[in-house]
Ligand binder design. Structure first.
Ligand code: GLU
Length: 424
């Protein structure tokens, strides 16, 4: 029997605890008042709903759906909806809090939220997914609203699902309300540049960090884990700026090419192959987890949570890690990575380009006006660059890693706003 390489053990961290451990460290360094700490650590609202859906074979299946609003201190809450088999309340709680910190880091006027349904969209028909999304929307009708809580895509959802959400919400209001959700198809009021926005923000963050580390992009190599929306756009845009993307991967395996993977060809292959890179001929295939430990300058984990852990962190050879996914590094791996002198730009900074352009989409919907792609990109690049500079300066001033600095910037902003607004 062929030997199968054991997968690296995940730290199996509860993502909410992973978020809390960084939040706690940053709060201590900031000297955050314990009472404010207690306010910020508890999600403002949590909804759990049961969604009975008639499947194509006529049977009724019951799905569990969640929406967690972590905070509305900075403004209406914002955050995506995840359709994935691993969705659970603790994960959604962590992701909602990450949205609060993310919006604060890039200084956009939103609180944080996240939603999800535990399901496997890969095994569902378009009709089943549509019924699930419409039913989820109706269950959340008192929560969603263009001035209250504004959803967006996340893992397993995209413009198609956002169109169904907008339509279902609009029906209940008796009018079209396109500002209730972002990440819509362009014809429904989606923003130019939204699809590539998260990957573009990853690229801007990577370029800013490489400049500080004096890494010349034209001599740099890069590995990108995850080839969904974020990973494939990040790979494409980094390659456009001169980096050699030597490895890419998806759920089914990794693909390595010393001379650089042709990203356009890989995207085309994936799109014609039901979203998978399996069988891609432009590179040699290798075990999926090895992508994290390749000798590259830049590593972009853009797949899912908890992939860089205490069991593989010491094998990482990259000089720079730019987190495209939410929570890819376990808190136990942080100290190993830091002691190796690897620079990490954290998720709440590096993947904030998506929510930034979501904000632009919402602004355009409310103005009833459309911006050019050039305007969207110019403004989001500036926001990402300013956020990077601010976090970098905080890291230098307090002599802390960029991750803790990003939390400090975010927590400070939310705490100050809370103090001005006041509580009961
Ligand atoms: N789901 C994305 C994220 O995690 C985008 C959220 C949004 O645009 O509201 O940042």
């Amino acid at each position: 029997m062929a030997y199968i390489e054991p997968a690296p053990l995940m730290d199996k961290e509860n993502p909410f605890e992973a978020m809390m451990s960084r939040f706690q460290t940053a709060s201590q360094i900031l000297g955050l008042d314990e009472q404010i700490y207690n306010v910020l650590k508890s999600p403002a609202r949590q909804a759990i709903v049961s969604l009975p859906i008639t499947m194509d074979d006529g049977r009724i299946r019951v799905f569990e759906g969640y929406r967690v609003i972590h905070s509305t201190i900075l403004g209406p809450s914002k955050g995506g909806i995840r359709f994935d088999m691993h969705v659970n309340l603790d994960e959604v709680k962590a992701l909602a809090a990450w949205m609060t910190w993310k919006c604060a880091v890039v200084d956009i006027p939103y609180g944080g939220a996240k939603g999800g349904v535990c399901c496997n969209p890969r095994e569902m028909s378009a009709g089943e997914i549509e019924r699930l999304m419409r039913s989820y929307t109706l269950s959340m009708i008192d929560i969603f609203g263009p001035d209250k809580d504004i959803p967006a895509p996340d893992m397993g959802t995209g413009p198609r699902e956002m169109a169904w959400l907008m339509d279902e919400y609009s029906r209940t209001q008796g009018m079209t309300v396109n500002a209730v959700v972002t990440g819509k198809p362009i014809v429904l009021g989606g923003s130019l540049g939204r699809t590539e926005a998260t990957g573009r923000g990853v690229m801007v963050t990577a370029m800013s960090a490489m400049q500080k580390l004096k890494i010349n992009p034209y001599n740099a190599t890069c590995a990108v884990q995850g080839f969904g929306n974020v990973g494939s756009w990040a790979a494409r845009l980094l390659a456009e700026r001169g980096l050699k993307v030597v490895a890419i991967s998806d759920l089914y395996g990794a693909y390595h090419n010393e001379n650089g993977v042709d990203i356009e060809a890989a995207v085309k292959y994936r799109d014609e192959n039901k979203g998978s890179l399996e069988g891609f001929k432009g590179a040699e295939s290798m075990p999926g987890e090895e992508i994290l430990t390749l000798p590259v300058d830049l590593l972009v984990p853009a797949a899912t949570e908890d992939v860089i852990t205490s069991s593989n962190a010491d094998k990482i050879q990259a000089k720079l890690i730019v987190e495209g996914a939410n929570g890819p590094t376990s808190s136990k791996a942080d100290s190993i990575i830091n002691s190796k002198g690897i620079t990490v730009t954290p998720d709440i900074l590096s993947n904030a380009g998506g929510v930034t352009v979501s904000y632009f989409e919402w602004v355009q919907n409310r103005l009833g006006y459309k911006w050019t792609a050039e305007r969207v990109n110019r403004r989001s690049d500036r926001i990402m660059k300013d956020a990077f500079d601010n976090v970098y300066k905080t890291a230098q001033d307090y002599k802390v890693p960029l991750r803790i600095a990003a939390y400090m910037v975010a927590i400070d902003k939310v705490a100050k706003t809370y103090k001005y607004r006041g509580g009961f």
